[in-house]
Write a protein that binds this ligand. Structure first.
Ligand SMILES: [Zn+2]
Length: 258
């Protein structure tokens, strides 16, 4: 399969795709789009691993989202460690902090994030990080686990936050919000992120880019996000395909893109 582009974060295991998952996958495959499917709970991590074994162009991440941090116990961490030996598991995610919805208490979120960061470092795997209204604590926790590699997924923060992540060796990934009318500041951040650190994603089924905002999203629409980046970088969409794919597969180095 000649891959053209990578959707570095899409939840194809979500029930939003129960009726037509195979068709959604084939639409992306026809355009040479590889897909990284992160878990967000134990069940959805297990489903991500199952999808990866079923579909050639899917790789899995396993981990528990901050929303469900209160569910994470020692047995879960053991289970994640076991699942990580599957060759199609390429990292730990999505993990992080969400102080906007606060579905789990802050302290619990920080504990679950820290435990999963340490697990990733021990396993030598990169992480996919979710951070909402928690920039300072996200950086502090990353600093507690030096040497960790990863990506800040669906970046919507300030240039200062991007710079702090870049200085820690992180990649920055942009999703549909970069296409929204009121997102000029975010587009300017994207213009400044070096091309060797930039990824694209859909975060499907969420965050469809304009002009499909509000509809169910799918991996095929990662092309739209790449087009917006191309306009910001004054380069061709093809070039964005090439550098974001190469970055995705450098970060998630267990994936083969041959
Ligand atoms: Zn996500």
């Amino acid at each position: 399969m000649n891959l053209q582009l990578c959707d570095s974060h899409c939840h194809l295991q979500d029930e939003a795709f129960d009726k037509d998952r195979e068709a959604v996958y084939q639409r992306a495959r026809a355009q040479g789009i590889g897909m990284v499917v992160p878990g967000y709970s134990m069940i959805t991590s297990e489903r991500a691993v199952a999808l990866a074994s079923q579909f050639e162009l899917i790789s899995a991440l396993i981990g528990v989202h901050p929303h469900d941090a209160k569910e994470v116990d020692a047995a879960d961490l053991e289970t994640l460690r076991e699942w990580s030996s599957d060759p199609k598991v390429v990292g730990i995610g999505e993990i992080g902090l969400d102080y906007h919805y606060m579905n789990s208490p802050m302290e619990t979120q920080r504990a679950a994030f820290g435990q999963q960061l340490r697990l990733a470092r021990e396993l030598g795997l990169p992480v996919s990080v979710h951070s909402r209204e928690a920039e300072r604590d996200t950086l502090d926790l990353l600093d507690e686990v030096p040497g960790i590699r990863g990506v800040l997924h669906c970046f919507t923060g300030s240039w200062e936050f991007a710079e702090a992540l870049l200085s820690r060796g992180f990649y920055i990934s942009f999703a549909g919000p970069i296409s929204f009318k009121n997102a000029q500041a975010l587009r300017e951040v994207a213009a400044r992120v070096p091309t060797d650190r930039l990824l694209v994603e859909t975060d499907a089924p969420y965050l469809s880019p304009a002009p499909w905002r509000g509809q169910r999203n799918e991996p095929l629409r990662v092309i739209r996000n790449a087009e917006i980046i191309a306009a910001q970088k004054n380069c061709s969409t093809k070039e964005v395909f090439a550098f974001t794919m190469s970055n995705a597969y450098t970060l998630f180095s267990r994936v083969s893109c041959e």
